[in-house]
Design a binder for this molecule. Sequence first.
Ligand code: 3PG
Length: 215
Amino acid sequence: MSDMNARISAIGVVPVIKLNHPERDAAALAHALCRGGMPVAEVTFRASGADTAIRLMKEACPEIICGAGTVLTTEQVDRAAAAGAEFIVTPGFDPEIVAYCQKKGLPIYPGCTTATDYHAALKFGLEVLKFFPAEQSGGLAKIKALSAPFPMFKIMPTGGISLKNLKDYLSSPVICACGGSYMVTADLIDNQKWDEITALCEQSIAIVKEARQNG
Ligand code: 3PG
């Protein structure tokens, strides 16, 4: 496993973050995540200031692994990389973006939910795929079914993951880490509930440990 894949897998949960006010919230959010034992973030380009958010989060907490999510164009890859993004996540499989990231040496996790997507990913030598939207696409049952013909991939599901189903996903050896926004919801961020975010991270990390001890 590559270094980045191993570091993300070791944490086990990746918060999917949409920051509407990066100048106000990015630093405090980064501290809240790190305090909660979750020094990683997928900052989504669904908000226009995503690159600013990545830069400010890294400045506040250099130890945080900060990536860009919902990346739809190579221009966004460039903006993310210039801001310090250490990995790229795309909702679907776009071979142009995958090739572009690999050329730049940036880890890329493209969204794959079908055998056809997995075939395409195989051609790029990828080790870890995002599975999105996880629950709506068949959840863990589909991930396990796809891993029979494609045992070479580890999977990072996002979409519909919460404290209720996190342990189920993480108990499967095919799962590298789970992504989710439940610990960084719009309500928690907009109302600057940093202690609650930290507590949700701590609860999540306890579940990671429990799932892996039993697994
Ligand atoms: C993503 O972009 O990966 C998802 O929107 C996260 O899904 P969730 O909000 O259901 O956790």
